[in-house]
Design a binder for this molecule. Structure first.
Ligand code: NAD
Ligand code: WQD
Length: 343
């Protein structure tokens, strides 16, 4: 590598913070850029406690073109590696506020790509299995067709992938990987970083842990009458630390890759149902989740899990952490939040 400095946008967020720790372990000097719209500066203290190294931090709104051009030119003049996590990600809010999502997610991406134009750059982008919609074949591979997005959030991922592919094809200075994440869950083994949703969690695992600790009432399982073995929906849950390591692997591949743009699934390759996950939570923690069966949630995918052989072969990366470890670490993090008054 030319030097070991790397820009991590959204690095105080959930997946970003875990990735920062894994990058630091590998000797990278991390500079985080985040506007703290969905995270807190105290994450920096806890990253430092875990790794012994405080990452660089700049509080900047990436949707602000002038600020980004200035940043990359003046403060990141020698940086040639970027992992771009920063985005809004709440599906339901994106339906109510599409322009908020298009503005933030597209402006940020375009500003960054513009700021790095003319400089050889390795760029990793946070995409999502949401681009597959309800897949025709399972496990779903990267060759599967992208289905029309059912939310503005999902559309930002699809169009961002197109922007990246077209930009890499047109200009020779970009080497880009999009990682299509399946369902990241769990937390760091130290329990000092994890997912911290604002308000009522929309995602399953934070709801389970908040319900178990008494912050929420019982969980509603959204439907048990689907065409699946136990009637509940199926997802490919991936431990956030395994996912963080996929980013390190992607950066390492970009150091040697000649391909301009590539897409990889980042999942475990195995599906678990909502009801199986509740059982796994109980087995891993000894705490019995309180739940009731409710109606279906509009727009839910019935079943999705990934074919991850391309990532395993070409990124030389493989998930290692079990569903029990995902549940146990998520629970340890929820308890840490409570004990330390984190909000
Ligand atoms: P997160 O909200 O915890 O982290 C995103 C970070 O980006 C936050 O710290 C936020 O403050 C920051 N940010 C947002 N807009 C910004 C802006 N304009 N300028 C600077 N910083 C900004 O989310 P996460 O779960 O860590 O997700 C990271 C990425 O992965 C996102 O792009 C998300 O869409 C994608 N993704 C997440 C999931 C998931 O289930 N968590 C699944 C697939 C893809
Ligand atoms: C998982 C399953 C729910 C909460 C969302 C986004 C997607 C992606 C990941 C970023 C579903 C069920 C949930 C609850 C429940 N993000 N559930 N009770 O739906 O796979 O995807 O997050 O790209 O874009 O749409 O994840 O955690 O919301 O739901 O029964 O209280 O849990 O119905 O079957 P999902 P999720």
């Amino acid at each position: 590598m030319d030097n070991n400095r790397i820009l991590v946008t959204g690095g105080t967020g959930y997946i970003g913070s875990h990735t920062v720790v894994e990058l630091q372990k590998k000797g990278y000097e991390v500079i985080i850029v985040d506007n703290l719209s969905n995270s807190d500066k105290s994450v920096l203290d806890r990253i430092e406690k875990i790794s012994g190294v405080r990452p660089g931090f700049l509080e900047i709104d990436l949707a602000d073109e002038k600020a980004v051009l200035d940043l990359v030119k003046n403060k990141l003049a020698d940086v040639d590696k970027v992992i771009h996590f920063a985005a809004y990600k709440a599906v339901e809010e994106s339906v109510r506020e599409p322009l908020k999502y298009y503005r933030n997610n597209f402006y940020s991406l375009i500003n960054l790509l513009t700021a790095f134009s003319g400089r050889k750059v390795k760029f990793v982008f946070s995409s999502s299995c949401t681009v597959y919609g309800e897949p025709d074949e399972l496990p779903v591979s990267e060759q599967a067709p992208v289905k029309k997005a059912t939310s503005p959030y999902g559309n930002t991922k699809q169009v961002a992938e197109e922007i990246l592919e077209e930009t890499a094809a047109a200009k020779d200075n970009y080497r880009i990987i999009s990682l299509r994440y399946f369902n990241p869950v769990g937390a760091h083994s130290s329990a000092m970083i994890g997912e911290l949703p604002k308000g009522v969690p929309q995602n399953l695992v934070p709801f389970i842990t908040q319900s178990a600790i008494g912050k929420r009432g019982e969980i509603t399982v959204f439907g048990n009458d689907y065409d699946t073995p136990d009637g509940s929906c199926i997802r490919d849950f991936i431990h956030v630390v395994d996912l963080a390591k996929a980013h390190v692997a992607a950066i390492e591949r970009l150091e040697v890759a000649t391909t301009k743009y590539e897409v990889f699934n980042a999942g475990t390759g195995t599906g678990f149902s909502v009801l199986q996950l509740l059982k796994a939570f109980e087995e891993a923690t000894g705490v019995k989740p309180q739940y009731k069966i409710g109606g279906r949630r509009a727009g839910d995918i019935i079943k999705v899990w990934g074919n991850v052989s391309k990532a395993e072969q070409e990124l030389n990366w493989k998930t290692e952490l079990s569903i029990e470890e995902m549940m146990r670490s998520a629970w340890e993090w929820e308890k840490y939040i409570k004990e330390n008054g984190i909000s």
